[in-house]
Design a protein around this ligand. Structure first.
Ligand SMILES: [Zn+2]
Length: 320
C-alpha cells in the first residue's frame, strides 16, 4: 500500500511536459567514469604545476626560513585524500590505496633523478609503509642511506639525494574560490587561484606571500594578538603588507620574474570590485598594487648594485 502511494506521489512530482531523451544506465556510468578521469587528470596537472613552481621558492629561501626540512619532490596520496564518493574511482584510475603511495613525482626532483615512480611506497627499517615526511625517512635521507621502496610487491633500494627546503608543506585544495592560505605549517592554494593566476611568476608571488606569513610568524602573532587585544584583526593589515613585501623577495630569489606581477591586483579588482575602495582586514587592492610595484623597484636597485636580496628589516624593533 505504502509503495503504491509513494509511487503515485513521485509520479505526480516528476511529471514534466516535454519528451526527454532516454539515457541508459551503462551510458550514465560510462560518462561518470569519464568525468572522474577528467577531474583527476586536471587535479594531477594542477598539483604538478603547483609543486614545480613552489619548490624552487621553498628551496631558494632556506636561509630566510626559521624552519627547514629535507625534501625529495613527490606528492603522496591515499584513499582518504579523496572525497568519499570519488574513492572507488581514485582506486581504479590513480591506484590510490589505504596506505600512502606516490601520487606524482615532480619533474627534475631528486625523486625523479633517483627513478621513483607513481605508485611506489616508502618502507621503514621494519618494513612498514610510511611517508617520506616521516622521521625514519627523513633520517635516512639526511644520512645519505638508501631508501627502501615497495613497487608492485617487490622491494627495491633507491639512493636519493634529498634537498633542504623551507619546512612547510604545499597543498592544493580543489575549490573554485580564488584563495590561498598559510597556517604556520602549510601553504594551501585553491584550484580557483591556480586558474586565476596568469603565469608561473604570479603563482610564485602568491606562494611567496603565503610563505611570508609562515616565516614571519604571523599566525603565532595573530593568535597572541587576539588573546591580548580581544579582536586582533587590526594587526592583519600590516601582516598582509609584510607578506606581500617579503613574498616578492622570495619569488625573485627563486628566479621568477617580478615585472608586472602587480597586475594580479588589478585583475582581482575587476573580479572583485567591492574590495577596491575598502577592505576590512586586508590592505586595499590599490595599496597592494602600488606597494608591490615599489618593492620591485627596491629589489631591482639592489640587483643593479650587486647587493644581496634580503628584505629591509627595521633597525630598531619598533612596535607598530
Ligand atoms: Zn595573506
Amino acid at each position: 500500500m505504502r509503495i503504491i502511494l509513494s509511487a503515485l506521489v513521485l509520479g505526480g512530482c516528476a511529471s514534466v511536459s516535454t519528451q526527454l531523451p532516454d539515457i541508459t544506465a551503462p551510458q550514465l556510468s560510462d560518462e561518470q567514469a569519464r568525468q572522474e578521469v577528467l577531474a583527476f587528470e586536471d587535479l594531477g596537472q594542477q598539483q604538478h604545476r603547483l609543486m614545480q613552481v613552489a619548490l624552487p621558492v621553498l628551496k631558494a629561501n632556506t636561509e630566510l626560513c626559521p624552519k627547514t626540512r629535507e625534501d625529495i619532490g613527490v606528492v603522496m596520496h591515499n584513499l582518504k585524500t579523496y572525497p568519499k564518493d570519488l574513492r572507488p574511482a581514485a582506486m581504479r584510475e590513480l591506484g590510490a590505496k589505504e596506505e600512502p603511495s606516490v601520487r606524482l613525482v615532480v619533474t627534475g626532483s631528486p625523486a625523479e633523478m633517483a627513478g621513483l615512480k607513481a605508485g611506489d611506497q616508502f618502507l621503514t627499517a621494519k618494513d612498514k609503509i610510511t611517508t617520506p615526511t616521516a622521521k625514519v625517512i627523513q633520517d635516512s635521507l639526511k644520512a645519505g642511506e638508501d631508501i627502501q621502496i615497495r613497487r608492485g610487491g617487490k622491494k627495491m633500494d633507491f639512493s636519493i639525494k634529498s634537498e633542504t627546503i623551507c619546512g612547510y608543506t604545499v597543498r592544493l585544495s580543489q575549490t573554485s574560490t580564488i584563495n590561498a592560505y598559510a597556517d604556520g605549517r602549510n601553504i594551501t592554494m585553491t584550484t580557483g587561484m591556480m586558474n586565476f593566476v596568469k603565469n608561473d611568476d604570479e603563482l610564485a608571488l602568491i606562494v611567496g606571500h603565503e610563505l611570508g606569513h609562515n616565516t614571519m610568524g604571523h599566525i603565532r602573532k595573530v593568535v597572541s594578538n587576539i588573546i591580548l587585544s580581544l579582536g586582533g584583526t587590526r594587526y592583519t593589515r600590516p601582516f598582509e603588507s609584510e607578506s606581500d613585501y617579503v613574498g616578492l623577495y622570495y619569488m625573485v630569489r627563486a628566479g621568477y620574474n617580478p615585472d608586472g606581477v602587480e597586475e594580479f591586483w588589478r585583475r582581482l579588482a575587476v573580479t572583485n570590485p567591492k574590495h577596491v575602495a575598502r577592505a576590512k582586514t586586508h590592505p586595499t587592492y590599490p595599496n597592494r598594487y602600488l606597494s608591490i610595484a615599489a618593492a620591485r623597484e627596491e629589489i631591482k636597485a639592489k640587483q643593479a648594485a650587486g647587493k644581496p636580496l634580503i628584505p629591509n628589516f627595521k633597525t630598531k624593533d619598533k612596535k607598530s
